[in-house]
Design a protein around this ligand. Structure first.
Ligand SMILES: Cc1cc2nc3c(=O)[nH]c(=O)nc-3n(C[C@H](O)[C@H](O)[C@H](O)COP(=O)(O)OP(=O)(O)OC[C@H]3O[C@@H](n4cnc5c(N)ncnc54)[C@H](O)[C@@H]3O)c2cc1C
Length: 452
């Protein structure tokens, strides 16, 4: 594979300056300067797109510009690769798991050092890329613990060992610091001081913008499922003419629904909840897509009690619920972390159920009494793409030497975009081996959630 021969590029690391995305594909209002830049970029993109059908092609084609695909592309480009990033609905689109307004970035993962370390590495890179754009909000993250709480005890120990700045708060301290919350059975807490919230869809768009600024090509097209293109379930049954390199288990090109052929030395499928549709025989039983509901509640007029300076993001995994302060004036966000029913990311209805609305309202009356009667100002239905236990899936396709899969975010993947991208780039360059916990062989058909 040509990827080990990438020449390291001079990649711009200047931080993202404004919260507004000026990537031509997704900004609707543009100034004259923006339009000129945008025209230039479109022309470049079209010229580069022509190269997709030529013999030259790309080092790597990344399919899916959610947080995993966007960061994988960026890290590959930093390593010198010529990359095309393809997405059917656009970066940070409303159907994608990365398409929400906000995602928590926390370091706490029980005793799971692997994710704590990935989150630490990722936070540094998010901050570097997003700069002063405001797309990372350092709200702090507060864990709400019960009297005997093995998971939170393990978090505190791991955070301390990993030198993550944090404070253990007793119940009196919690009550005094956060009068907005009613603590009920909460006995103590942990405050992660440097953690916070990423303004998700715009942060992903900022990464894709950076990919393009550094020579990457973005293409808005739908890639056809591999099994349709190659007309096979195993490599040696009727290989589709032209898609495979003769005599090797290597894919040579992809085809889009529009009929475009994309040639590359390697392919990374980072299609989140669509992975089971792209690889039905391989992944239909291994990635479970579930419907998840999110509510935003309006805060009282002229009141900043619920703003990010007064209230951190908080997590109560005993109740499988978490909340975010009033960011960007969208209201206080409350979301249920418990897995919902099976969901189709293309056609699933995105209106919240009245049962969930009632359950969240009951919870709110208990935990944040001042918002008990607050209006619901916005709702979202998104989806988790769960592996059996919540560990990511980052591995080579068993039938193709040069096809990789990066997904299985399982409701906690967003924060890890930079570290996942780094790992995939290292795998492609032959500088890393597959992490056993992320491997295909450790994925089970039966759901037994262990990672939160
Ligand atoms: C409600 C909710 C709350 C969450 N909260 C958090 C949190 O607080 N912190 C956290 O770290 N994580 C959180 N997560 C998890 C996190 O958002 C996901 O793990 C992460 O966004 C997954 O990213 P992805 O790139 O794998 O998938 P996606 O973001 O879904 O991206 C996949 C992309 O592939 C594209 N695609 C699909 N099929 C094709 C095709 N055939 N051709 C071309 N393109 C295609 C899609 O258009 C899409 O853009 C949450 C998730 C949800 C739903």
């Amino acid at each position: 594979m040509g990827t080990s021969q990438f020449h390291r590029r001079d990649v711009s690391t200047k931080p993202h300056k404004t919260a507004r995305s000026n990537t031509n594909q997704f900004s609707s209002s543009t100034s004259l300067t923006d339009s000129t830049a945008s025209l230039k970029r479109t022309t470049t993109t079209l010229l580069q797109c022509d190269a997709m059908t030529s013999e030259q092609g790309f080092d790597v084609a990344v399919i899916g510009s959610g947080v995993f695909g966007a960061w994988t592309s960026y890290q590959l480009i930093r390593g010198g690769a010529k990359v095309v990033l393809v997405d059917a609905y656009g970066p940070g689109n409303s159907l994608a798991s990365s398409g929400g307004e906000s995602r928590i970035i926390r370091m706490g993962y029980g005793a799971d050092l692997i994710y704590t370390q990935m989150a630490q590495r990722s936070l540094v890179q998010w901050k570097e890329l997003l700069g002063s754009s405001g797309l990372f909000q350092p709200t702090g993250v507060l864990w709400l613990a019960r009297e005997k709480d093995a998971y939170c005890e393990a978090i505190f120990e791991t955070l301390t060992r990993s030198k993550v700045p944090c404070e253990k708060l007793n119940r009196d301290q919690l009550v005094r610091r956060y009068p907005q919350l009613e603590f009920g059975q909460v006995a103590w807490g942990i405050l992660e001081l440097g953690s916070g919230v990423l303004l998700a869809r715009r942060a992903v768009q900022a990464v894709v913008e950076r990919v393009q600024e550094n020579g990457g090509t973005y293409l808005g097209e739908q890639v056809l499922p591999l099994e349709v293109m190659t007309n096979q379930e195993g490599l040696d049954q009727n290989p589709g003419a032209g898609f495979l390199n003769q005599g090797t288990p290597k894919l040579s090109l992809l085809e889009t629904a529009a009929g475009r052929k994309i040639r590359a030395d390697a392919f990374v499928f980072a299609c989140g909840p669509w992975l089971p549709k792209l690889f039905p025989s391989l992944l239909a039983d291994l990635i479970h897509v579930t419907r998840q509901e999110v509510f935003f509640f309006g805060t009282p007029a002229g009141d900043d009690w619920f703003g990010p300076d007064k209230l951190p993001a908080w997590i109560d995994f005993n109740d499988l619920i978490y909340g975010l302060p009033n960011l960007d004036n969208r209201g206080v966000k409350i979301a249920i972390d418990e897995h919902g029913p099976e969901f189709d990311p293309d056609s699933g209805e995105r209106i919240v159920s009245s049962e969930s609305a009632a359950a969240v309202r009951r919870f709110l009356s208990r935990r944040i009494p001042a918002l008990a009667n607050a209006p619901v100002v916005e709702t979202r239905v998104c989806q988790y793409e769960n592996t059996s236990n919540g560990d990511f899936l980052i591995d080579r396709h068993p039938a193709f030497e040069n096809v990789w899969i990066a997904g299985g975010g399982s409701g906690h993947g967003f924060k890890h975009g930079p570290a996942v991208g780094e790992h995939v780039a290292a795998l492609l360059a032959g500088k890393a081996t597959v992490e056993p916990r992320f491997s295909l062989r450790t994925k089970d058909k039966v759901q037994q959630r262990k990672v939160y």
